[in-house]
Design a binder for this molecule. Structure first.
Ligand SMILES: O=C(O)CCC(=O)C(=O)O
Ligand SMILES: [Fe+2]
Length: 251
């Protein structure tokens, strides 16, 4: 199966989401592991599938992707500086990055209290830069009391989510936020996340400069491409177990 392009079958936490999506890779083609099996070294290419209509989608997408890639590098540079490491400390992990842009559509739902647009999850990549319309529905989990807090749409503004990889690189100076999307019975909603993901062969682990004897690494190294492939598999196949999480690599 090549889940590039359109699908409406994604599962989050083994439950079908109330949404349909169109996925496009920023680098075309994008090289990812062929399977989630740890010993399988084979890779495969994700190739974008451009719809015939609207014909201007491809050009608009490529322009947008280039700008968002630049913005994400800038943001990661600022995060690096805030951690006390050089601005370009993390840029080498993104030479053949497997970043994706997703066009999300959440149709109105006749029974909104029984469904979610996307079930609760954390984004597994480095950063997510999200554009959303004015409908609203995104909620983040407040750490202090576990309450779901609405993220009010601000016109012409992005929402930037720290992903799991920045949590690990920073040895938990930054934390990825748990979030979900609720649906409503009246209005459809659109959102466009840009998932900024490193190269598939990157081993993710706390930056050496940020750990010390008194502050040991909180995670053991894991292969990002295998993490990605494992998560992706669980998005389309009901499993008996929880999907892969960075907590599985916690020391
Ligand atoms: O639609 C949104 O606001 C969030 C989408 C999201 O969390 C995701 O696609 O990972
Ligand atoms: Fe997300």
């Amino acid at each position: 199966m090549n889940p590039q392009g359109y699908n409406d079958i994604e599962l989050t936490k083994n439950v079908r989401d109330w949404k349909e999506v169109f996925d496009l890779a920023v680098n075309n083609p994008t090289v990812i592991p062929a399977s989630h099996e740890p010993d399988d070294k084979e890779v495969r290419e994700l190739v974008n599938r451009w719809p015939a209509y609207p014909p201007e989608l491809r050009e608009a997408f490529e322009e947008y992707a280039t700008e968002l890639e630049r913005l994400s590098h800038k943001l990661l540079g600022l995060i690096s500086l805030s951690l006390g490491v050089p601005e370009n400390r993390l840029s080498g992990f993104f030479n053949d990055h497997i970043s994706l842009i997703r066009l999300n559509h959440y149709p109105p739902c006749p029974i909104p209290h029984l469904a979610l647009g996307i079930g609760r999850h954390k984004d597994g990549g480095a950063l997510t830069v999200l554009a959303q319309d004015d409908v609203g529905g995104l909620e983040v989990k407040r750490k202090t009391d576990g309450e779901w807090v609405r993220v009010k749409p601000t016109p012409d503004a992005y929402i930037v989510n720290v992903g799991d990889i920045v949590q690990v690189w920073s040895n938990e100076k930054y934390e990825s936020v748990e979030h979900r999307v609720t649906v409503n019975s009246e209005r459809e909603r659109f959102s466009i996340p840009f998932f900024f993901n490193p190269d598939h062969h990157v081993m993710v682990e706390p930056l050496e400069e940020l750990t010390a004897e008194q502050n040991p690494p909180k995670y053991r190294a894991y292969n990002w491409g295998k993490f990605f492939a494992t998560r992706r598999r669980s998005n389309f196949k009901k499993l008996d177990v929880e999907n892969i999480q960075i907590s599985h690599f916690k020391i």
